[in-house]
Write a protein that binds this ligand. Structure first.
Ligand code: UN1
Length: 511
């Protein structure tokens, strides 16, 4: 599609896109050819020869070299690099959003929102570059000072998914950069052009900062073996991976085998509880954005709705009416709210989950393939509402498609138990105007997820909070709050400024 080439050339990327970017240079890969297709109509956006596992070795060497220089640059000056990247992202917001739309199929509003998320994390990281605080701790010994410092960790491997092709890299990259760490990025094979565009924008800012070494940022477009090689590499102390549970498990096991550090942000199976006191019109808006936004392909997508039996029928009727009118189609069209699924495999997975739900006694409403008034060659679906019993096993799995299962509940304790009764633990929400219910939901006896919201859907988190979840979601936290600590190493320093050598714990050891 010419639009992708045009967007790339607006960013200053001319010529055929290549798979390997390291040391400030770009090279063609020697791996298998990758045909990059738009989910909008299946049209080929680009074709490129992929990087292979051997390229990880070179990127890790370059990153290792870069680390020696970058760790010595004062953190606020590292922040200056991120500030400049943020400025460039502001200037290129529209163009980058267009690429996200073409390559990931996001509607314009969501694509712009994703780029805004990058800009926001840049701002956050710039401020953070002056706030990498350690504690001073009261020492038990006279004339001793006990304190901690946070030091750069080393090269960070980042594996990202197709559904947030630019923001998740930015969450990792901007924190890593201010923390003093180089980065090696393996993006999804489905969205390499977004990655090439981000890398290019960041490289332009790097070129303006003489202290920024050439090997600071690397990008390798390649398959699972590239991710595995990153996970296995001893020169990469932290591997941050976003994607499916099986992918995360493979990465985590490989990283653990060398006792490295992994930061995982894996599947979600997110639920919202709708209590009798809820403002139903507000709830409907939150539910629909959460369930059908990004065509059900966010890790925070709302997948289960647990509704009090007294309002169940009313809410279902309202949702059905909204679902029937959802504008589905070309994500470039300003009126579209639901764009395409990423590919045929996603559509087949949706069909399979709906078939399973029917077999398990579910009543499936809508959820059909849409072929009218949509671009030919893409996979468009009407989001589905599925009434189902709480015991149905299909509820335990995350299907990356817009399927919302509806369950009834009697007591809030029962609703919370249902909400928690899945292997994943990313995002959750309650719609209620009852402060006791809201607080119970957010309490230790409430939601077991990393994200628990009140009167907001499950998706669309701000960058200021730590983002991630428990159980099979992997336990990692990215983005805001103190997530930066994962990208640094903590050194505890005890400094004796006396002429004595008192031992801790009062131990006597006279020599
Ligand atoms: C993801 O789907 O991997 O909270 C990230 C949200 C977005 C990030 C989602 N800010 O929905």
């Amino acid at each position: 599609m010419d639009a992708a080439r045009e967007a790339l050339s607006k960013l200053g990327i001319t010529g055929a896109p290549t798979a390997i970017h390291m040391g400030g240079k770009s090279h063609t890969g020697r791996g298998a050819m990758l045909s990059v297709r738009s989910p909008i109509d299946g049209g080929e956006l680009a074709a490129l020869a992929q990087a292979s596992a051997a390229d990880v070795e070179l990127a890790a060497a370059a990153a290792g070299q870069a680390f020696l220089a970058w760790r010595a640059v004062p953190a606020p000056w590292r922040g200056e690099l991120v500030r400049r990247i943020g400025e460039r992202l502001r200037a290129e917001k529209e163009t980058l959003a267009e690429l996200v739309c073409l390559e990931a199929g996001k509607i314009r509003q969501e694509a712009l929102g994703e780029v805004q998320e990058m800009i926001d994390i840049c701002d956050f990281a710039v401020g953070l570059s002056r706030q990498l605080y350690g504690l001073t701790i009261a020492s038990e010994r006279p004339a001793h000072r006990l304190m901690e410092q946070w030091h750069p960790l080393g090269p960070v491997g980042v594996i990202t998914a197709f559904n947030f092709p630019v923001a998740v890299w930015a969450w990792n990259a901007m924190l890593a950069l201010v923390c003093g760490d180089p980065l090696i990025w393996k993006p999804s094979e489905k969205t390499p052009l977004c990655a090439i565009a981000c890398h290019h924008i960041a490289q332009q800012a790097i070129a303006e900062i003489p202290e920024a070494p050439a090997g600071l940022l690397s990008l390798l477009v390649g398959g699972a073996e590239v991710g595995q090689a990153l996970a296995a590499h001893r020169g990469v102390p932290l591997v941050s991976a976003t994607g499916s549970v099986p992918m995360g498990r493979a990465v985590a096991q490989t990283v653990a085998a060398r006792l490295g550090r992994s930061l995982l942000e894996l599947g979600g199976n997110n639920a919202a509880i709708v209590a009798p006191s809820a403002d139903l019109d507000l709830a409907v808006r939150g539910i629909v954005f959460g369930a059908v936004g990004t065509c059900g392909q966010r890790c925070t997508t709302l997948r289960r709705l647990i509704v009090h039996r007294s309002i169940y029928d009313t809410l279902l009727t309202k949702l059905e009416a909204v679902y029937r009118e959802l504008p589905i189609g070309d994500p470039r069209d300003m009126h579209t709210l639901v764009g395409p699924l990423i590919d045929e495999a996603a559509a087949l997975a949706m069909d399979a989950a709906l078939a399973q739900a029917r077999e398990q006694g579910g009543i499936v409403r809508q959820g059909e393939r849409v072929t009218k008034d949509v671009p030919v060659g893409g996979y468009y679906v009407r989001p589905a509402l599925v009434e189902i019993a709480a015991a149905a096993s299909v509820l335990q799995q995350e299907t990356f498609a817009p399927i919302l299962y509806l369950l009834r509940y009697e007591t809030l304790e029962q609703a919370i138990a249902l909400q928690n009764d899945v292997p994943q633990g990313l995002a959750s929400a309650i719609f209620t105007n009852d402060v006791r219910e809201a607080e119970l939901f957010c309490s230790p006896q409430g939601s077991d997820c990393g994200i628990a919201n009140v009167n907001i859907g499950t998706s669309g988190a701000e960058i200021g909070g730590a983002f991630g979840g428990e159980k099979e979601t992997g336990g990692g936290r990215e983005s805001g709050s103190d997530a930066w600590k994962a990208y640094m190493r903590r050194a505890t320093n005890t400094i004796n400024y006396s002429a004595e050598l008192p031992l801790a714990q009062g131990i006597e050891f006279d020599v």
